[in-house]
Design a protein around this ligand. Structure first.
Ligand code: F0G
Length: 458
């Protein structure tokens, strides 16, 4: 018989999981004001809040940490990472930062002024936050198909070039300091962008002389989907595909906590020396000296190894297969999610599951709380709480989709954990008719409210 698939690694260290009763979870979630960010990790059985900084490092990464050079300036760890970034992305200049949003802060401080427009394909919430905080706007140019969760297309995270060109045509070039292309498109469901779309977005930007910034948190997963789904790339290595993607970029920001498989770190890289010189001062002010930028030497080394290892096909294949397993089980139970399965997560379509909860009562958040109560599984709402209020009208924004994201950390859970998650979803799905009310907000901040929001049950 043909041998079944198995992961390209074995496990050297384990961490115990605490289980709990439903009664305990009812108390804890009430104390946490129905905000899963406020629940303590030991009160969580399977933690799918994020795949950011939560992956397992390899033995080679741990070994590299011992070689970390903690010198304030000119550390050898910096030069090792610089070499890897040049090899993998072909970017000559880079500034380390402590995580992705810090990279956004550094580069947007250099690029943006009040009233500017920064179009993109579903900016991540911190990216949007950094843009709107500077009194600029972040119009969304994602393809409309991304909003139809049941439509199965291979590259559902793409930029709609007509929407983008309309913005370029209707505004003076000086008002558009850059375009942001996010790969994979996290907000739209971890959905990839094809090489064709990356190339065409870059060509359009060049034509209007607008720099292209690639938000690269899950660049390697995106490259995996190009290799496995786009004609002409099956025989190319992940590293070759990544190299091609970044030929089209002028700037990249990255949260290294995802595809760098480290617990903390990020950077901004660019081709222009002049831009690097403008950005430097913000790096020094907010992050640290140019050669460490908020990271320890050991973290720079762990990242150098992580980037190299996670741009190998076998690693990505194991990960994306596991996310797909969850999708396949949900298919078997008839539970709707953003199709096809994404790179880092499954996004349950809460509007299609909890059809009796009004949108004003936060449908996806209601589902998130249900899943926690059911099995101690912690996901994250990607819906109207995350969407914040409109900065001008201060009305709640209700996005087309109300999603519950179940993000799978890299190399952390086994397929048995995945089966538990799917079974918990099934139990909720079977009693969905009885769930008819949600939550109201009792406390919120004006920006990025989902982290600290407090709710009460209606
Ligand atoms: N861009 C994307 C596409 C992201 O997904 C994230 C973070 C960031 C930027 C910001 O990076 O967290 O290192 O400051 N996403 C995490 C998530 C938090 O759970 O999806 P950061």
């Amino acid at each position: 018989m043909e041998l079944p698939y198995s992961e390209p690694y074995k496990i050297k260290v384990t961490e115990a999981i605490r289980t709990s009763t439903r009664a305990e979870r009812e108390t804890w979630i009430r104390e946490a004001k129905y905000n899963l960010f406020k629940v303590r990790s030991e009160q969580v059985t399977i933690d799918l809040l994020t795949d950011s900084g939560t992956g397992s490092m390899s033995d080679r990464q741990w070994a590299a940490m011992m070689t970390g050079d903690e010198s304030y300036a000119g550390a050898s760890s910096y030069f090792r990472l610089k070499q890897v970034i040049e090899n993998i992305f072909g970017m000559p200049y880079f500034l380390p930062t402590h995580q992705g949003r810090a990279a956004e802060n550094v580069i947007f401080s250099a690029l943006l002024k009040e009233g500017d427009i920064v179009p993109g394909n579903s900016h991540f919430d911190t990216t949007k936050g950094h843009i709107e905080f500077r009194r600029c706007s972040a119009p969304d140019c994602t393809i409309d198909a991304a909003a139809d969760t049941q439509l199965e297309i291979p590259f559902k995270g793409e930029m709609d070039l007509n929407k983008l060109e309309k913005i370029f045509k209707e505004n003076p070039r000086e008002k558009i300091p850059c375009t942001v292309l996010t790969i994979t498109n996290n907000t739209a469901g971890g959905q990839p962008v094809s090489m064709k779309n990356i190339r065409e977005t870059a060509e359009l930007c060049r034509r209007y002389r607008i720099p292209l910034l690639i938000d690269s948190a899950r660049f390697a997963e995106n490259a995996y989907f190009i290799k496995t789904r786009e004609a002409g790339y099956a025989d190319k290595t992940i590293k070759e595909i990544v190299r091609e993607i970044y030929q089209y970029a002028d700037i990249m920001t990255i949260s290294a906590k995802k595809d760098g498989v480290v617990n903390m770190g990020g950077f901004v890289a660019m081709r222009s020396e002049e831009l690097m010189r403008q950005a430097m001062q913000f790096s020094i002010m907010c992050e640290g000296y140019l050669t460490y930028g908020g990271m320890s030497g050991r973290d720079l080394d762990a990242l150098a190894v992580g980037l190299d290892e996670n741009t190998e096909f076998e690693q990505l294949d194991a990960r994306i297969r596991q996310v797909k397993l969850l999708g396949d089980l949900l298919d078997e139970y008839g539970i709707p999610y953003q199709r096809p399965a994404g790179g880092h997560a499954i996004f349950l379509d809460a509007k299609k599951i909890l059809t009796h909860v009004p949108k004003e009562q936060f449908i996806a958040q209601t589902l998130a709380v249900e899943l926690y109560l059911e099995a101690g599984v912690r996901g994250v709402e990607i819906g109207s709480i995350l969407a914040d209020r409109d900065p001008v009208t201060h009305e709640n924004r209700y996005p087309k989709l109300e999603l519950l994201r179940l993000a799978i950390p890299r190399r952390v859970y086994t397929d048995n954990h995945i089966r538990v998650i799917a079974a918990a979803c099934r139990n909720i799905f079977e009693r969905r008719e009885q769930i008819t009310s949600g939550y109201r907000i009792t406390f919120e901040t004006p920006i990025l409210r989902h982290f600290t929001v407090e709710l009460e049950k209606i």
